[in-house]
Design a binder for this molecule. Structure first.
Ligand SMILES: C[S@@+](CC[C@H](N)C(=O)[O-])C[C@H]1O[C@@H](n2cnc3c(N)ncnc32)[C@H](O)[C@@H]1O
Length: 268
């Protein structure tokens, strides 16, 4: 197969930027080549251009999703960046909310959403908050969302979950399911998943008391980051907590925010 030409690379990056806000510097050309070439060959296509034609067409839905999955990183695990969960717990203990609505925007496989659910279920059982709480996980990728809805994970991804929480909220697989863990229904009934492109209108969800938008802004250029953060903050109630990845620096937005801790802000 021919190499990825510059003009074809730009067709791919322009499409991804227009549809889902992804930005790729010129230096990412080898990465894009390596991530897409096996797929192009598997489909029996003769060039990257043919592949771009395929994912740009009106009928592209499934293959466009495949390209998104190949070009983004879905890495996630339970209780990633534990200081954020500690801060959320302290906030709940301080405010003792009767109801709480949380959004895990860019939820990937749902590890973050179920981690939040474990925390809230514990706080509820300790009488520190009411029973009317929910977590919504959204992502652009239907593949990760289908997986999230099953609540089934390789045990390795729950390595930061305490033994007590594993006992309380998870079932361990046996025989052919050895090495897998399933989240129990009593936790899953508080958690929903749905598809949402952060580059499009988000008024169909929320409003929320807490929003996690972690480890996704890295994909976007400055203008897209600002638009996404302001759009997401539009769904957060005043006084609500907003989390981004600690490595993502300041929250780039025009919405007034009070910084509380690395990656944590309160909406004014
Ligand atoms: C690295 S994961 C972050 C998962 C989780 N928030 C965490 O911190 O562990 C990034 C996710 O962002 C999703 N994503 C990328 N662009 C998106 C967009 N425009 N709209 C919604 N989700 C997007 C990807 O599909 C991927 O699942």
């Amino acid at each position: 197969m021919e190499a990825l030409r510059d003009d074809t690379f730009h067709r791919i990056t322009n499409l991804m930027h227009a549809e889902i806000g992804l930005s790729f510097a010129e230096s990412k050309k080898p990465l894009v080549t390596s991530r897409l070439s096996a797929r192009v060959q598997r489909l029996g296509l003769h060039s990257f251009d043919e592949y771009v034609d395929l994912i740009s067409g009106h009928e592209a839905g499934g293959e466009f999703q495949m390209a998104v999955d190949l070009l983004t990183t879905n890495e996630t695990y339970f209780f990633r960046e534990p200081a954020h969960f500690d801060l959320l717990a302290r906030e709940v203990m301080r405010t003792k909310p009767r109801r709480l609505s949380v959004w895990s925007a860019a939820s990937s496989f749902g590890d973050e959403a179920y981690s939040i659910a474990m925390l809230l279920a514990d706080l509820q059982s300790q009488g520190r908050m009411g029973a009317d709480w929910s977590v919504l996980g959204t992502d652009i990728s239907d593949r990760v969302l289908r997986s999230a809805s099953t609540g089934i994970y390789p045990a390795e991804r729950l390595r930061h979950v305490s033994t007590e929480r594993l006992k309380r909220y998870c079932l361990r697989g046996e025989d052919e399911s050895e090495g897998l863990v399933q989240i129990q229904d009593r936790l899953r009934e508080h958690v929903r998943f749905g598809q949402l492109n952060l580059c499009q209108d988000a008024s169909c969800v929320g409003p929320f008391d807490v929003v996690f938008l972690r480890n996704v802004l890295i994909y976007f250029d400055a203008a897209t980051k600002r638009a996404v953060v302001d759009r997401v903050l539009g769904r957060l109630r005043p006084g609500g907590l907003f989390f981004i990845g600690t490595a993502e620096g300041r929250a780039p937005c025009t919405t007034p925010l009070q910084p509380l801790a690395p990656g944590v802000f309160r909406k004014a």
